[in-house]
Write a protein that binds this ligand. Structure first.
Ligand code: PEP
Length: 280
């Protein structure tokens, strides 16, 4: 299988193009269509948000039958307007968080059902900025993913180690425990995407080496196989996130177990976001 062929990659000399060929040759399930997802974070007022959304929509339309999918995750305030701006373009609409409950007395929160009602097909859960800023635990992230599933949304579950954890040689342990805690048993290729985002790479301009990214992604897929079964693990898309840009996207996206990107800063620049998509 593709992940077994590349699992021992530290220092391995195979090129990303070889990885891509390996994926095509060995994957037994339906091919995983790359997903290029933009996380706008707390950025965008009506005017610039709509300009950006329209540009992404126009780009996607210009691609015809593209070999990739695009997703934009604007702030809650722009979901309705962005949804209208991308209508008919094929670009998917997502949110950046949801509450685990379906409804109720949770002032200031937004449920997965509300997001679905507003036109979203996806929602990010467990982004490291929420884990850090709001103390979100794996249990809470898991409950949010279940809420997303129950409302018919795909959960984009984010995991990744801090710099101290990486320096301490704990990357795989952290990722293993986040998968055990954050990924619900209801996860399938149709309702779940996993984003591996080393915390130290987000917004810093730093990235792991491609060998390191592939090693972690292959490990994630093996952990998913142990938890959900081989077919589910082979079908679930694994995004890399953390300072992806037009200069590094091609080699990252060519890796056998990288099925797209979760992009923050570069997703706010339509030309960069498009260039990343064209790197698939
Ligand atoms: C992110 O916030 O998910 C992210 C990957 O940000 P950036 O691309 O800016 O590193």
């Amino acid at each position: 299988m593709a992940n077994r062929a590349v699992i021992d990659m530290w220092g391995n000399s195979r090129t990303p193009e070889r990885h891509r060929k390996n994926r095509k040759r060995h994957t037994m399930t339906a091919p995983r269509r790359p997903l290029i997802a933009g996380n706008w974070k707390m950025n965008g007022l009506q005017e610039d948000g709509l300009t950006l959304a329209s540009a992404v929509g126009e780009f996607m339309k210009s691609q015809g039958a593209a070999g990739f999918e695009m997703l934009v995750c604007p702030p809650f305030t722009l979901i309705g307007a962005v949804g209208q701006a991308i209508t008919g373009s094929g670009v998917k609409l997502g949110a950046q968080d949801c509450h685990p409950a379906a409804k109720g007395a949770h002032t200031g929160d937004i449920s997965a059902a509300m997001l679905a009602d507003a036109g979203c097909s996806h929602v990010l859960v467990g982004h490291s900025e929420r884990r850090t800023d709001h103390g979100e635990s794996d249990d809470l992230v898991n409950a949010k993913a279940v809420a997303a599933h129950n409302s018919g949304l795909s959960a984009v579950i984010c995991i990744g180690e801090t710099e101290a954890e990486r320096d301490g040689g704990k990357t795989l342990d952290v990722v293993k425990s986040q998968i055990a805690g954050s990924v619900p048993g209801s996860a399938t290729p149709a309702n779940t995407v996993l984003a591996y985002e080393p915390v130290w790479a987000i917004g810093t301009g730093r990235t792991p080496t491609v060998q390191e990214v592939q090693e972690v992604h292959a490990f994630i897929r093996a952990e998913l196989a142990a938890k959900l079964g081989r077919d589910a693990a082979d079908g679930i898309r694994l995004l890399y996130g953390g300072s992806m840009n037009p200069g590094n996207a091609r080699e990252l996206l060519a890796l056998a177990d990288v099925d797209g990107g979760l992009i923050g800063g570069a997703s706010l620049k339509p030309d960069d976001f498009a260039a990343i998509a064209l790197s698939c």
